[in-house]
Design a protein around this ligand. Sequence first.
Ligand SMILES: Nc1nc2c(ncn2[C@@H]2O[C@H](COP(=O)(O)OP(=O)(O)OP(=O)(O)O)[C@@H](O)[C@H]2O)c(=O)[nH]1
Ligand SMILES: [Mg+2]
Length: 538
Amino acid sequence: MLDFFAIFSKGGIVLWCFQGAGVTEPFAGPVNALIRSVILQERSGSNSFTHNALSLKYKLDNEFELVFVVGFQRILTLTYVDKFIDDVQLHFRDRYKNELEQKGAMKFLLNDFEFEDDFKSLLRDAEESGRVRNPVAMRNFTESQKSQKTVKSMIESKGESKNKAQGGKKNKNHMQLESMKGDLLDVEYESSEEEEEEEEEKVVVAEASKKGSGGAFGGMFSMLKGLVGSKSLTRDDMESVLDKMRDHLIAKNVAADIASQLCESIAKKLEGKVMGTFTTVASTVKQALQDSLVQILQPKRRVDILRDVLEARAQRKPFIITFCGVNGVGKSTNLAKISFWLIENGYTVLIAACDTFRAGAVEQLRTHQRRLNSLHPPEQNGGRPMVQLFEKGYGKDAAGIAMEAIAYARNQGFDVVLVDTAGRMQDNAPLMTALAKLIAVNTPDLVLFVGEALVGNEAVDQLVKFNQALADHSMSDKPRLIDGIVLTKFDTIDDKVGAAISMTYITGQPIVFVGTGQTYNDLRSLNARAVVNALMKA
Ligand SMILES: Nc1nc2c(ncn2[C@@H]2O[C@H](COP(=O)(O)OP(=O)(O)OP(=O)(O)O)[C@@H](O)[C@H]2O)c(=O)[nH]1
Ligand SMILES: [Mg+2]
């Protein structure tokens, strides 16, 4: 069934080969194509390659500088091939260990590798096991992936295609707002990012090898390309590269401390790693960084507000969200956007005007309340307004107003209470104490920290101090801290998306909402991949 199997050195010397019965095509053509387009261009991430009617699978042995390649007709599905290459490789290494350990390329020419019999016996075993495993029994519905697909994921993909079809045009007129039913769309860094991603990665690697230096990553990766051979990476090897990586992250607005910590963790991860000749160090480092970034952004805990509101409703109590953050970051505006999203999903909202400090704060919320009710008129909802404002004017105690609002919501059967608070600087002790008190006495279901995507180093200080204040002034031994983040003004930062990393790294909490503009529609959920792509872009 196999067309050929070849074992050759990375220098191109064929050590041993096998040609299937009745195969007349020489294997040099497809093997050369493999070397040219995969191995020399260092795209050996995947282990298969197609050439005309042939499928090639290969394995690199970096210790002895060997390549094992098997070729078979593309139309065949040979399930045993991967394991078979592994077996051949192990067997070959074991059998010719002494020969392979000799120094220099001459060992390949001087030694005779009589491998025919071993190979045939391995092949027989492999084909036998392939027959036993085939055919695979058909899975029933509950075992199939489809049964595990949630309704949510279907809604998401529907929403995405709709979004693309509309070409991202902005609706300034609120009456033309798009529907926000269901889960929020993911924030998109660039619409075609997903498709281009694969290609881009290859280009980065290719460019890095061509240019020698250039953009931050071009320079960094090309430098690392010198570190090849069966050598294990040391801290010294990586030092200057890590410096560049750190600068790159800082340029993308990641807080400096966090960029340093990240690089430190990458160094630890890679130290001592043996680099094979045909594995690009460039892609190894890039991958390690990418993995860490995705890891940081991936929520440890899924916040599903629509589901939680439904649960609270079943228990006949309102779901309470408190918004806090420094001045002018977009607390009230994003609170209004979240109200819109909730009423689009059929929930009633009570906005508690607990910013009793800044002039105009209450009026700002009243304007939003009127607009939102005009978008969802009470007549369409059994005569009941979907959004109400609970306010007691200015100067009063915010914690008390929040408490009254929650009691009112409970009596009136509101689904959600959104508590707007006054902006405060993290160093303002009296105001921080007041916020801690508001949260301690009202025990909201969700405490959202609202922060601008524009911040750099400030992000760390804000979050550390907000959390510290909540801990210090809590009356319980298990203090209530920030449990989610609203990242605002994401539309204004181009690809400097580092604040997303800083904020999630510091708190360990997810970014629940992303604000992407000033209309009610400009609310998204975070797409970790898109953010990491933007971060990695040179
Ligand atoms: N471009 C953009 N602007 C935003 C976004 N979110 C809020 N803004 C703007 O930011 C400004 C401040 O918004 P507010 O909602 O008043 O901020 P705040 O945090 O409530 O402010 P204080 O209550 O004064 O602390 C307004 O001009 C908003 O329109 C966003 O996602 N993108
Ligand atoms: Mg406000």
